[in-house]
Write a protein that binds this ligand. Structure first.
Ligand SMILES: *Cc1c(COP(=O)(O)O)cnc(C)c1O
Length: 388
């Protein structure tokens, strides 16, 4: 089997929603991946912030295989040990009171939207259903989360969308203008990932929190991309010194298997009752056993390493000629360059480095375990490509 054969089959049989790079990965270890021709690549994308301990991680594999050898699925009609254990660990680490598990970031956000609307209705009546999100946000690909996404290009073809989303600019005046008696929640990403790794202002995020407290509006942080150690904090809201009422996460939590979590804090801890929401696969025991292995290893030592390696990576990037701006936090890095991001990503891959793009920027989301030597290797290639 060679790579080109697989690419041909894929093009013939897979729905054409993805513009893929012409590479087929066969295997890997840590931050290194190998294609069918045996070419080595350094991974600075982690499968979009997913493989936070790299690929082929022994501890995660042992947890997953251990559970696979017991039972792979039971449905949510019954209790399972891995699901309860993972929910307890998430609550212990964050102060959340209850967790709902789905299978993706979009599903975690759907759950948050449902929780906010139920909270609005039971406390303030039928009309309190509006959710404020931000321009340039990204919250997922289901119809409701596309509606929540504040970018026009995501709103073609698929209308009518669920109503009730209002888009504010990421500034105090704009969000104040959007709030009214029908607002049930404000949902933000502390660092907007998909639209270019743009961190929100601390003062703005603190204002959103205050506004929510004053008016009993639920404050939702979408930590699908920023969560699980990516920024050098377990969740990015912790860097902002705020306390959300709902936190959603996914991507890195599963270590490569699909999971989404909606964490409910004090105010809405008991918002859901039997029959309010559900999922066949959500909280699957194999996935939860793997996620427990991931979450339990995101400790202070790893977070400190993410902070220092991220700072080093960003500082060195700023020295490259052709780099106009470096944004982000920890190992979530956006690079504004003179050349187009697409061109840089293509040239990097030819030289054996995997990077992502985010609108007009190059986006780096390497495994959290990336070493200093690996960062230096990435910098060398980025330097050649960006300044060349
Ligand atoms: C990726 C992402 C999502 C969607 O997650 P899926 O698992 O693809 O559904 C939602 N919000 C943010 C901030 C994301 O980065």
């Amino acid at each position: 089997m060679d790579g080109n054969y697989i690419i041909g089959e894929d093009k013939q049989f897979i729905a054409g929603t993805y513009s893929r790079f012409p590479v087929v990965f066969k295997e890997g270890r840590g931050c290194r991946l190998y294609d069918y021709e045996g070419k080595e690549y350094l991974d600075c994308g982690s499968g979009i912030a997913v493989d936070i301990f790299g690929v082929n991680d022994e501890e995660w594999k042992a947890a997953v295989i251990g559970q696979l050898e017991k039972v792979q699925h039971t449905s949510n009609l019954y209790y399972t040990e891995p699901q309860a254990r993972l929910a307890k660990l998430l609550c212990e680490k964050t102060g959340a009171k209850k967790v709902f598990f789905g299978n993706s970031g979009a599903e975690a956000n759907e759950c948050a939207i449902k929780a906010a609307r139920k909270y609005g209705e039971i406390n303030y009546g039928k009309n309190r259903k509006e959710i404020i999100t931000l321009k340039d946000s990204f919250h997922g690909r289901t119809l409701a989360t596309l509606a929540a996404t504040g970018q026009d290009e995501f709103h073609k073809y698929y209308d009518p969308f669920p109503a009730g989303f209002v888009y504010a600019e990421a500034n105090i005046g704009s969000v104040n203008d959007c709030v009214n008696e029908n607002t049930c929640a404000i949902m933000i990403e502390c660092i907007q990932g998909e639209s270019g790794v743009n961190p929100l202002d601390v003062a703005f995020v603190k204002h959103v929190e205050k506004l929510c407290r004053e008016r009993d509006i639920l404050f939702i942080c979408d930590e699908v991309q920023t969560g699980n150690g990516r920024t050098g904090y377990l969740y990015a809201y912790q860097a902002y010194g705020v306390q959300p009422d709902i936190v959603t996460t996914a991507k890195g939590l599963g270590g490569g298997l699909p999971i989404g979590a909606c964490m409910l804090f004090d105010k809405c801890r008991d918002i859901f009752t039997y029959g309010d929401h559900g999922s066949t696969f959500g909280g699957n025991p194999v996935v939860c056993a793997g996620a427990y292995s991931i979450l339990s290893r995101i400790d202070e030592k790893l977070l400190e390493k993410v902070k220092s390696n991220g700072a080093y990576f960003a500082e060195e990037l700023k020295k490259i000629s052709g780099v106009e701006q470096v944004t982000g936090m920890g190992l979530m890095i956006g690079i504004k360059t003179k050349k187009t991001a697409a061109e840089i990503a293509k040239q990097c891959i030819e030289k054996g480095l995997l990077v992502l793009t985010a609108h007009s920027k190059v986006r780096l989301l390497p495994p959290l375990t990336i070493s200093k030597e690996e960062i230096d290797f990435a910098l060398k290639i980025l330097n050649e490509v960006i300044s060349g």
